[in-house]
Design a binder for this molecule. Sequence first.
Ligand SMILES: [Fe+2]
Length: 307
Amino acid sequence: MVEPRLGHPNLGLGIGLRTVHFPYILENHPAIDWFEIISENFIDSKGRPRDTLDKIAERYPIVMHGVSLSIGSTDPLNFNYLEKLKKLATEIKAHWISDHLCWTGVAGRNTHDLLPLPLNETTLEHVCNRIEMVQDFLERPLILENPSSYVTFAESTMTEWEFITEMSESTGCGLLLDVNNVYVSSVNHDFDPHSYLRHIPFHRVVQCHLAGHTNCGTHLIDTHDSEVIDPVWQLYREVHSRTGGISTLLEWDAQIPPFEKVHAEVLKAKDHMEDQLPKGDAVIEDDSTAQTGAVPHPLHYVSPEVQ
Ligand SMILES: [Fe+2]
């Protein structure tokens, strides 16, 4: 029997730590439960950003979230990068280390994108082997996030939830369930997001993500630049009921508003946890906020100095 959340605590409601909020946090010590950092913004930083992180880590639980592990690539794993992750995790007492189920480059070239994988037995074996190598090196379970995606592969023979379930049961890794990513992919690929949730092994879900996205009319893009929309909150309610409470993190990475607004957005989760909203079957409604034009890219979340 696997312990819920792999034995990790429910940290409560947190937000992604972003540099624009550093002064506010240092001055006001807001009553927020925890922060998630983008690992790459700090692993090579010895100056002010790292000094600020150390101060914040003295007061708040910290979790590390990376964007360049490239667990699905056929390039060799970067053990220099993993060494830096491990060192930082020790120094700031990070509760866990996460990254994405994706690949970011091949043949030594970095695409600076979180690219989806063909979901089949060959990929599964490849990814599981690499997860085991990473976990052996880090000496802790790796936590992997379901991606938002915009294409599928003719070579895929499994659903994403089947792949994720087999991956986590085989390797013992944990899962970071991004509820907004489930919704974005469900619209882009026309599947039922509630069916996705029904098939997830929730005893392995350590954390969840919430975020806003951009509706481009024909598809959704995971831009993290706005409030969480109602259908995503409906999915979160389901996640909460299936987990009994889970570390919940709001990502807001473009057009970032003041700290208080980002914090207030994640605190909306309390309403859904306490079931104060009108009861009824979760209904996926049309997201009528269609926008056009340029949208931010997920790798914009990484500070320029680390790219
Ligand atoms: Fe996410």
